[in-house]
Design a protein around this ligand. Structure first.
Ligand code: DMJ
Length: 683
């Protein structure tokens, strides 16, 4: 490059330590950088700095993309396919009914409690007289190229799970939050901790040392039939106690445990993990732990705080947790807290469209959308209904039900659905869908579909608009999103992006087999159950094909018969957040089919959580890499839903007490908090 003093509008400097090599009319002189720099005008200096910054940013961004693209270019375009599979939608039109609430019933269990006393029926739950677990039938499908860590291969044939080939090792979503890619000093891509959390303070390699492989000899993967259900139930209770110990020791009263650094993370400052765990402890008969937690709720929990909370997360975790605990324990404390919280969340609904804002300040009574948009996500505004409807029923205050029913009615009538499938966002001003053209059963849309069915069940199966929307949506899923892999015909639910099919499935979608099975239990079309069975198999494969036996956050499926792999995982998607959806669906599938393989699949998952995510001093942690059993890269975070959902569903999966939260009497909210099915229809 040329340095032209006469034309000071362009200059190129090559910096070497403190000297500048400056090229001027062929002459090469060494001068003080600082002096030359000072000679430039302010404008020039600013321009150069901006250019430098831009180059740096571009360089940093392009490096990982280039290497990623090199690796994936050949298959990426191939995977985008628009290949309409025709399924028959078999449902007639139905009338819409949304009405006001009915009267509040008495609590389901027991009188008001001072010191908490767990009824005998509950305290005995973990000691049922359960016969030795039967060996499940052998499934004949054989898959080649068995791989993975020795511990996973050992005795593999003894268990009756499929053994699938494991493939070699950008848009990513995590619970609705964009994951940030960062480039480590080695130049490799590592996954940032969730957007709401700062990166872990402890070196990842060091973190691995905190994990404790925890597989008793007789319960190693592949020896599923060697343990009884009593063993399994006790193992789940042990896991819960271990998780609880970490929370109690290092994060008591805070939102989330950071088990590696032995500290805590705060999201809303509402004791999320503690409240999410209450009904799980009740169900498991953990009296002492429950009593301590109740004490905290009574003495410490205050919603009179100047804090912005997310309406959806607070509703499903805190309001849902308080309501279900009230129902199980009969303890008025929990209903009083639920009422207080419910009323503080109401400002979210004061929008031009009546579609709620995402965030509410529960102390100030103000609400607002996220800073960057006036949109709310569809899953968030349509998955708060079970809780507010129940709050109305209990308090006989119609407002709660009215505001959430209005959201459902607006969405029901809204144009812009694609055969029952909804876009991911809705605008709180206009009340119209926004960011149209992308259809997914994963993040930002998932629980919309779940709550259509569950509200219909909750209300006594009288609200036809909900059923109509659910049936239409499932038909839309079958028509546009369901495909099979070329090799082993694994059925999966992909995504549609502006008419292009993407064979990408979030782990979040694994709620669907359970929901479909629940619908089939309530006499919805039989092919819903067929689809549930197939998707359950696929969700199971998302675990067994990984080297740790734990599912990645997102899987990609192979529609072509080019290389024998069914599932691929992109480097940015290899994390596991201890999510519940597969275990949740296994619970439903076992309840409705009694097929023991679903329990065996769950048992393997529990053992792998124990092996790869259990932290020695207490707690479990999310991990970055389900493909690396040597170093799964602990993230230093235990999500509240691990105790609220994952461990609860494990327990219910292994319990032989079919009346324990019978699916004919309870409907689980999307955070696994059971709420009663109403004894009579809403008026
Ligand atoms: C939970 O908070 C709920 O299950 C929600 O519906 C989805 N995300 C997490 C668990 O993965």
């Amino acid at each position: 490059m040329m340095y032209q003093p006469a034309r000071k509008d362009f200059i190129s400097l090559t910096l070497t330590d403190q000297n500048c090599h400056i090229y001027n009319n062929g002459k090469h002189r060494k001068q003080s950088c600082w002096r030359k720099w000072k000679q430039l005008s302010r404008l020039q200096r600013s321009l150069i700095l901006v250019l430098f910054a831009l180059l740096l940013i571009l360089g940093l961004q392009s490096f990982p993309h280039m290497s990623l693209q090199r690796r994936e270019l050949s298959s990426k375009e191939d995977w985008l396919e628009m290949n309409e599979n025709e399924w028959k939608p078999p449902f007639p039109g139905i009338n819409s009914v949304f009405g006001p609430n009915e009267k509040a019933p008495a609590p389901v269990v027991g009188p008001n409690l001072g010191p908490v006393v767990v009824p005998d029926s509950v305290s005995e739950l973990h000691r049922p007289n359960i016969p030795v677990f039967q060996k499940p039938p052998i499934i004949k499908k054989i898959f080649p190229n068995k791989r993975g860590p020795p511990s996973l291969q050992k005795n593999r044939n003894v268990s009756d799970t499929f053994v699938m080939p494991r493939p070699e090792q950008d848009e990513e979503r995590d619970n609705g939050q964009k994951q940030e890619k960062v480039v480590s000093w080695r130049g490799a891509i590592i996954e940032a901790v969730q957007a709401t959390e700062p990166p872990p303070s402890v070196n990842e390699k060091d973190n691995a040392a905190h994990l404790v492989p925890d597989i008793p000899a007789n319960t190693a993967p592949g020896t599923a039939s060697a343990v009884t259900n009593i063993d399994r139930l006790e193992a789940v209770r042990d896991s819960f106690r271990h998780a609880w110990k970490g929370y109690k020791d290092y994060a008591w009263g805070h939102d989330e445990l950071k088990p590696i650094s032995k500290s805590f993370g705060e999201w809303f400052g509402l004791g999320l993990t503690l409240i999410d765990s209450l009904d799980t402890m009740w169900i498991m008969g953990l009296k002492e732990e429950f009593a301590e937690a109740r004490q905290w709720v009574e003495k410490e929990l205050s919603f009179n705080q100047n804090v912005d909370v997310n309406l959806f997360e607070t509703t499903i975790r805190v309001l849902g947790g308080l309501l279900s605990t009230y129902h199980l324990s009969g303890d008025q404390l929990f209903l009083d807290k639920a009422k207080d919280l419910g009323s503080r969340l109401m400002p979210a609904f004061k929008t031009p469209s009546k579609i709620p804002f995402s965030d509410v300040n529960i102390g100030k009574g103000t609400a607002h959308p996220p800073r960057w948009t006036s949109d709310s996500s569809m899953a968030e505004v349509t998955s708060i209904q079970l809780e507010f409807r129940e709050l109305s029923r209990l308090t006989q205050e119609p407002l709660y039900k009215d505001v959430v029913d209005e959201v459902m009615m607006k969405v029901h009538k809204l144009p812009g659905k694609h055969d029952g499938l909804i876009p991911m966002f809705i605008n709180t001003n206009s009340g119209q869908f926004s960011h149209r053209g992308i259809y997914t059963l994963g993040a930002r849309a998932d629980s919309y579909y779940e709550y259509l069915l569950k509200q219909w069940i909750q209300g006594g199966r009288m609200e036809d608009a909900l059923l109509e929307d659910y049936i239409e949506a499932i038909n839309g899923v079958k028509k546009h999103l369901v495909r099979q892999t070329a090799h082993h015909k694994l059925t999966f639910v992909g995504e549609l992006s502006h008419n292009r099919f993407s064979p990408k499935m979030d782990h979040l979608v694994c709620f669907l087999p359970g929901t479909l099975a629940l619908g089939a239990h309530y006499d919805l079309p039989g092919d819903h159950m067929d689809l549930a069975v197939e998707l359950m198999e696929t969700c199971h494969q998302m675990y067994t094909q990984m080297e740790t036996g734990l599912s990645p956050e997102i899987a990609h499926f192979n529609l072509h018969s080019d290389d024998g792999h069914d599932i691929f995982v992109k480097p940015a998607d290899t994390h596991n957040l201890l999510r519940p959806e597969t275990v949740e669906s296994l619970f439903y599938m076992y309840r409705f089919t009694k097929d023991p393989k679903y329990r065996d699949w769950g048992w393997e998952i529990l053992q792998n959580f124990n092996k790869y995510t259990k932290v020695s001093d207490g707690g479990y942690t999310s991990i970055n890499n389900v493909r690396d059993p040597e170093n799964p890269e602990p993230r230093d975070k235990m999500e509240s839903f691990f105790l609220g959902e994952t461990l609860k569903y494990f327990y219910l999966l292994f319990s032989d007490e079919m009346e324990l939260l019978s699916l004919d009497k309870y409907v689980f909210n999307t955070e696994a908090h059971p709420l009663p099915i109403w004894p009579s229809a809403p008026k």
